[in-house]
Design a protein around this ligand. Sequence first.
Ligand code: ATP
Ligand code: MG
Length: 287
Amino acid sequence: MTEKQEIDRAAAAKKPVIELKGICKTFDRRVVLDDVSLAIEEGKTTVIIGPSGCGKTVLIKHLICLLRPTAGEIYFRDQRIDHLSERALGAIRTHYGFLFQAGALFDSQTVFQNIVFPIRQHRRETDMSELEQIVKAKLAMVGLDGFQNYYPANLSGGQRKRVALARAIAMDPEIILYDEPTTGLDPIRSGIINELVLKLQRELSVTSVVVTHDMNSAYKIADRIIMLHNGMIVADGDADTIRNHPHPTVQQFIHGEVSDEDLAVLRMSGKGAQSQFSPQDFDPRSP
Ligand SMILES: Nc1ncnc2c1ncn2[C@@H]1O[C@H](COP(=O)(O)OP(=O)(O)OP(=O)(O)O)[C@@H](O)[C@H]1O
Ligand SMILES: [Mg+2]
């Protein structure tokens, strides 16, 4: 290989898989994302942290165009996707697996039916024995082979998360987006999910983007950590960069300290201050 070819190959390898350029998102004139630019590197695990309500879920949904930006551009491998029709986006989304914040399994369907759902959506011709093999392989990946005929209600919270993960990898995605995969799990089950994220990256070379509140998990799995605050990226770097970050907001967040800003909101509550909580925070079905 010539020197130029090598340089070209290195440049191609560094090209982002997904890129957000100057993304702004407002809901009813309330700014949630404020000029966010972010390039997601192939084969790496990027972790997004930040206080509740700062826009992490809104950001991760933009990576797959489940939300469209108010301004800015979204690219998937050099193709601009924020203007595509839902139908065209459907084809792009087959490259992604998405683990939603609430797990969102279909309660009336078995584990097997839950996992074949995305496969049936995208592929017409699939014979039963092929489907059985795919489901078995995906469940084995998350350590749950044998649970095919269980209903979600008969699984623990951690098992449900793992079934949701098996479903997210059903289509062999290149990119997996995880929104709070360890929330509501005890440290042992959180550890299992962390190991799975690492295993999928190692064995399937997937690109992962993980939203989490859990700093232990962030330090364990991240190649890169991004902190979002008030709709802007305030820190971006590897675990050590974040641990030693000079920004007081970053230090308060990673050490779980209550900021003056949070205290002011609490003191104001009941006096017309806007609540940080939404009704779904109190939904008993949320994990
Ligand atoms: N579809 C929507 N319509 C209106 N406002 C929304 C919508 N989705 C999100 N928001 C608002 O955007 C803000 C950011 O929400 P988001 O769900 O991204 O927060 P988050 O950082 O993921 O919080 P958490 O850590 O609690 O999950 C919140 O104030 C939320 O109310
Ligand atoms: Mg969220």
